[in-house]
Design a protein around this ligand. Structure first.
Ligand SMILES: Cc1ncc(COP(=O)(O)O)c(C=O)c1O
Length: 411
């Protein structure tokens, strides 16, 4: 399997790459925060707003029917993206990964968990797959337990079977660390959870935009992701969930569109998925995320992953030659995401980020919404460079050269 063959054709799909930053041609290495958008996504959003920006479901006129059909098609694109079998699972549109994890926290965990039940997670999670479980534990009396990490931030061997046990009701874990690019062994985790009848929530915010995902093969119960990290717009994402769970769960938000019938003294709920999509949804966002999913599926997410592995190899060997750089995370892992977190000896990460910005290179600095992982590494923050399908090895070389230059300046 080859990676992306015609990288210049891919690059020409992304108008922002033709632009400059600080007068230099842009090197965009902040894909972990959000991705750039291809023209097809911009066109899909514009098309809705320009031509048929009616509300969905209620309209008896053509324009509204067109918007409703586009919204329904958007869900179908996401079924294909994740291999959701419609009679077993469902896609709920949310504002993003954060709202998706909160949906599970409020609609399932807070109504279900009791004192002494256990939620298993890790210290490598993004806060949006961590703070909701802390809050569930505080309100329900459930106990939060953590899969142990090795010093370089991988899951410790045996930790999975030693931590997931008969009291575990939920395992909430990332499919890929947004700090280190580490990919945990999800199939071992799902197996251990199943042995004890626990549910599994996968935070795929980083993973699903860069790798093929098959929810049937993964056998998880919930999977959350965001449109803006996968070439789509901000303000839209989705929760995949098993249908029988959604049927049994209470709604998260209440109001229009999620009801079957409203009486003065009580109301009843619409079917799944509408039960979880109260109010006018982000129609343009759904159309945009579907255009993004279609774009990625056409290229092939296996190719995207392969391309990033090539960039990883290049970056890893170039960074390894720099004796003033400390990389965080299990960088030797073969199947890892295209994310590198590092620090330069004696230099604050923000200074590195600002100097890279002067050279047209966009990276992120700070704690990356992962303070427990920073505490695990004993640091305050890092510089994070993260790749996507349009990045090139030439950009990696430019980045390494820039690090050399700025380190010399700062000495
Ligand atoms: C691993 C991970 N989970 C969750 C999130 C939250 O995503 P959003 O801000 O789109 O809700 C992020 C965002 O950076 C992330 O990297």
């Amino acid at each position: 399997m080859t990676g992306i063959k015609d990288i210049s054709a891919i690059r020409s799909d992304f108008p922002a790459l033709a632009g400059t930053m600080r007068g230099k041609s842009l090197v965009y290495f902040d894909n972990g925060a959000t991705s750039l958008k291809p023209q097809s996504v911009v066109d899909a959003l514009n098309g809705y707003y320009r031509e048929y920006s009616a509300n969905i479901h209620r309209g008896v006129y053509e324009m509204s029917e067109r918007a409703t059909a586009a919204y329904d098609r958007a869900r179908e694109s996401l079924y294909r993206l994740l291999n959701v079998s419609e009679d077993q699972g469902e896609i709920i549109f949310t504002r993003g990964t954060t709202e998706a994890t909160n949906l599970v926290a409020y609609a399932w965990a807070m109504n279900t968990l009791k004192e002494g039940d256990e939620i298993v997670t890790t210290a490598m999670e993004h806060h949006s797959n961590f703070v909701p479980w802390q809050e569930v534990a505080r309100r329900t009396g459930a106990v939060l337990r953590f899969l142990p990490l090795t010093p370089d931030g991988a899951l410790a061997e045996k930790g999975i079977t030693e931590t997931i046990g008969p009291r575990t009701r939920l395992v909430a874990i990332t499919a890929m660390s947004n700090v280190t690019g580490y990919i945990p062994p999800l199939s071992d985790i799902v197996r251990a959870a199943r042995e004890h009848g626990a549910l599994v929530l996968v935070d795929a915010a980083q993973y699903a935009s860069h790798h093929p995902v098959d929810v049937q093969e993964l056998d998880c119960d919930f999977l959350a992701f965001s449109g803006h990290k996968m070439c789509g717009p901000t303000g839209i994402g989705a929760l995949y969930a098993r249908r029988e769970l959604l049927e049994s769960m209470e709604p998260f938000h209440f109001g229009g569109d999620m009801i079957r019938e409203v009486k003065l003294d009580h109301s009843t709920w619409a079917n799944v998925p509408e039960k979880f999509e109260a109010g006018t949804p982000n129609i343009a966002g759904a159309i945009g995320i579907a255009a993004a999913a279609d774009y990625l599926m056409e290229i092939g997410l296996d190719r995207v992953a392969r391309h990033e592995q090539e960039l990883n190899r290049h970056m890893r060997s170039a960074l390894a030659d720099l004796d003033f750089v400390t990389i965080y995370g299990p960088v030797e892992q073969v199947e890892r995401g295209g994310i590198f977190s590092f620090n330069l000896d004696g230099v604050h990460p923000h200074d590195v980020g600002s100097l890279l910005d002067q050279q047209g290179i966009a990276v992120r600095t700070g704690f990356h919404c992962a303070q427990p992982l920073m505490a695990h590494f004993g640091i305050e923050g890092t510089v994070r460079a993260s790749f996507y399908l349009y990045n090139t090895t030439a950009e990696v070389d430019q980045f390494i050269e820039a690090l050399h230059r700025l380190y010399r300046i700062l000495q």
